[in-house]
Structure formats: C-alpha cells, structure tokens
Write a protein that binds this ligand. Structure first.
Ligand code: ATP
Length: 441
C-alpha cells in the first residue's frame, strides 16, 4: 500500500487495540506523552533489541557490551558539557502560555494554539536534564541526573573495559538502556518522549582511520534497518551542516525516516573525535591513553558513535510493516485485510495455534502442539471466534504462521499451516512440525 495512506491514527489505534503500545497510566486519565508497551509491544521491542545485540555485539569479535548504572556521578555531566549546554531554546506565548522550541517554529507567525501574533517571550535556554536528589536531603550537594544518553558511561568505563576485556583498537562498546530528557515539545506518539530507550555504540579507532570506520558504520546501520524491516525507500541521510554540529562532533549524519508527520530523525552517526575521552581524563584526573601493543604509539582513541533510538525503531518498523490489501482468495474474497508484514526475526508472535473449535478432542491435540513449539518460539493459542476472524487478528499483529487443528487432524495426525503473506495453506504432519518451523526461523 502507498505509504502516504498510512496515518498515525491507524498505527496508534492498532497499537492500542492489539496490545503493542497503550497510553501510560491510562485509568488515571493518562500522563501526557507517556506510553506503556503491552504484551505484543514488549515482545517486538525485545526482538529488536536482541537483533541489535546479536548483530553488533555477539556476532563480532571487536565489540563488547556493558550495562551501566543509570544515575552516574554528576561530575560526568559537567565534564561532558551536558550541564552547561544540553539545552533547547524555549519560548512561551504571552497570551495562552503555550511553550515551544524556538528552533522549531516561525517566531513571526501567530501562536499555533491561540492564534495571537507577536506574543512570544525572548528565547531562553532550557536544560533538558532530568534532576533528582540522592538520599534524604534535597540540597545542592545531593543533586543527580537521570542520564540523557547511554553514551557517557561507555567513555567513563573505557579504562575498566580496556583492561578487563583486553580488546585492542579498533574495538567498540555497546549499551542498551533508558535515557531521560525533559523535552519541551514531546509528541507524535513514541517518536519523542521524556523517557525513552537507546541502543548506542562507541567505536574506538586510530585518529587517522576515522573516515573509513564512519562509512563502515553508516553501512552497518542500514544493514540493521534491513534486518528489522525498516523501509529503505523511506530512509534518507542528512549530512548535518558544519555550523549545526554538536560541540563534540566533527561530522554527523542523521538517518531520517518519512513518518506520517514528516521527515525526521531516526538515528544519528557522529564522529566525536577524542573529545569525550580527553574531557573525562581532564575532569577525573585519570590517565586515559591507549598504547598500541605493536607500534608502542601512545594516543587517545577517536570515536565513531552510531546511536539508535529503540522507540523510534519500533515506530519505523510498525510504519514499514503496515499494509492493507484486498483479499483475492476464498479467505474472504474482496474483503480488506490489515497485515503487519514484520520480518520473521522480529515478529512478536511467531506461530498461532488455532484449534477449529473449542471441543476438548481438538484442544487435547492442539495444546501439546502449542506447548512443544513454545519451547522454541513465541506462540499464541486462540480457540474463540470464527477461524476467519482469528486469521485476521493474527495478520494484524504480524504473526508469520497460523497452525489450524481440525477434526481431520484426529485421523491424519496432520495440521494446516497458513502463511501470513501468501495466505497459502499446507498440510504438515504433526510429527514434522518442529522441523518444518526450524527451516523457517
Ligand atoms: P532530535 O533532534 O530528534 O531531538 P537528537 O539529535 O537530540 O534527536 P540524539 O541525541 O542524537 O538525538 O539521540 C540519539 C537517538 O536517540 C536519536 O536518533 C533518537 O532515535 C533517540 N531519541 C533522542 N531523543 C529522543 C526522545 N525524546 N524520544 C525518543 N527517542 C529519542
């Protein structure tokens, strides 16, 4: 289907009704821009994170992972520049008090909320760090921050990782975890929230090699997008202009995606030079220098940073997978069906077991099949409603295969496997089911 016809309303509504993503704190009227991942959302998100970890950590000999504390010594954020500069320009409409990011609106235009013109306050710098206090005293000495990115822990842990893992440059560190930013204008569903999850890599290289590894990582990011099923034709590189680069970066490419609300950032790739390691060495007083074991050259490694948002990945995957088609088969000829065409590796449910009726003689056969397959793959078991409706539900949640157990199964000891994309059916002996699915996944 034409991507232009996929609206956010369709995605948000399907996400809620099928249990991918719900409004957070819903029974209390929600909490603006907070979202909870439901039973299918958590599976999808976990599959995305596992694919990333497998591809960038487990399948490579030059990568290691960490899982650092979310709240770090506040000195980290002073050194990194976050306390001083991690801010957005905030303006407020003097009439209705709506707040905007000054860099995202035309200050000469009327306020989008109340329509009054020329009423904005002067832009003020608003720090996005979420503050808290450690311990019982709420004073300045106890101030700490929820990390606004996972990256800094990988620089701070660099000496410990280097010594314990005995890795040699070029090598990289990876981390997946939550990050917090007090965004002025959160919105667009899970695109911009104040609590989100990141998957980040810091790849340490010799200073003279950075260009080669920058290109390598850009290609790797696209390989990952392909593996999780993000539509390449809706993804674009944006070379960030020199005067818009962050203070730590010499080159940044944003990978943007065509969301229904416009072309916006999905991921970022930055060449951070030796800025972070040098800064942390200076502020902490630690000696962070790498010695090449062969040449004995001493230097501070430079860093290439591919940065991925988990939630934006979920959104781009949902938008890429969403399809509506007119059925041209005996399975409801002429009807429209909604299908999430997830890649098999990330589909939340891999196989649905659907006994044709609730009769005990069928569940006696179907349940053990479900329990056996569930040892290998995430399985759904559904025995209510007509089989047509159950197929449609599985299509809508992107389940690649449905297994129907019918009354013939009692005689021929076989079941019908239906393919989500082709809707073709195949009769397979129960005894061969596991081997059949092993070939598919
Ligand atoms: P933006 O320009 O959209 O605010 P950014 O350039 O500040 O993003 P980075 O600091 O590069 O973002 O963060 C790395 C990645 O983390 C982003 O590419 C995005 O996928 C994700 N991300 C950043 N901020 C948010 C947020 N508020 N909500 C959800 N994901 C986010």
């Amino acid at each position: 289907m034409d991507a232009k016809n996929i609206t956010m309303e369709k995605i948000v509504s399907l996400a809620k009704t099928r249990g991918f993503v719900f409004p957070g704190s819903d029974i209390y009227g929600g909490l603006a821009n907070s979202w909870d991942y439901g039973p299918l959302g958590v599976e999808l998100k976990n599959n995305i994170k596992q694919t990333w970890w497998k591809m960038f950590v487990q399948e490579r000999l030059d990568m290691v992972g960490i899982d650092a504390a979310l709240i770090m010594n506040p000195k980290v954020w002073e050194a990194s520049g976050h306390v001083a500069t991690f801010s957005d320009p905030l303006v407020e409409c003097k009439t209705c008090h709506e707040r905007y990011r000054a860099d995202q609106i035309d200050l000469a235009a009327p306020c989008a909320k109340c329509g009054n013109k020329g009423t904005f306050t002067e832009p003020a710098s608003f720090n996005l760090m979420m503050k808290t206090w450690l311990g019982p005293k709420e004073d300045a000495s106890a101030v700490a921050y929820f990390r606004p990115e996972t990256a800094q822990a990988m620089f701070v842990d660099f000496p410990n990782v280097l010594t314990s893992s005995r890795k040699r440059v070029p090598f990289g560190m990876a981390q997946i975890g939550k990050a917090f930013r007090n965004e002025i204008t959160p919105g667009n569903f899970i695109f911009r929230t104040r609590e989100f999850e990141q998957m980040e890599i810091e790849y340490f290289v010799h200073p003279s090699d950075w260009e080669k590894y920058f290109e390598d990582w850009l290609a790797n990011m696209y390989k990952f997008m392909d593996r999780v099923g993000i539509d390449a034709s809706r993804s674009h590189n944006l070379e960030v202009e020199k005067d818009e680069l962050a203070h730590y970066s010499k080159r940044t490419v944003d990978i943007e995606f065509d969301y229904p609300f416009g072309r916006k950032e999905l991921y970022g790739l930055a060449y951070r030079t030796d800025f972070d390691l040098t800064t942390h060495a200076k502020h902490s007083g630690s000696n962070i220098v790498y010695t090449d074991p062969i040449t004995n050259e001493k230097y501070v490694p430079h860093v290439i940073e591919p940065s991925f948002g988990v939630d934006r990945t979920v959104l781009a995957v949902l938008l890429s997978a969403y399809d509506e088609e007119t059925v041209a088969s005996e399975e409801g000829d002429g009807d429209t069906r909604v299908v999430l065409r997830f890649k098999k590796e990330i589909a939340p449910i891999k196989i649905a077991i659907l006994p044709l009726s609730k009769k005990e003689e069928l569940s006696n056969v179907a349940r053990p099949i479900a329990e056996g397959l569930a040892k290998h793959w995430r399985v759904d078991y559904d025995e209510t409603q007509s089989i047509g409706k159950r197929y449609r539900r599985q299509d809508e949640i992107g389940t690649p295969y449905c297994v129907t157990v019918d009354f013939d199964s009692l005689e021929d000891k076989a079941v019908t496997i239906r393919d989500r994309d082709t809707m073709k059916q195949e009769r397979v002996p129960i005894a061969e089911l596991e081997a059949w699915f092993k070939k598919q996944f």
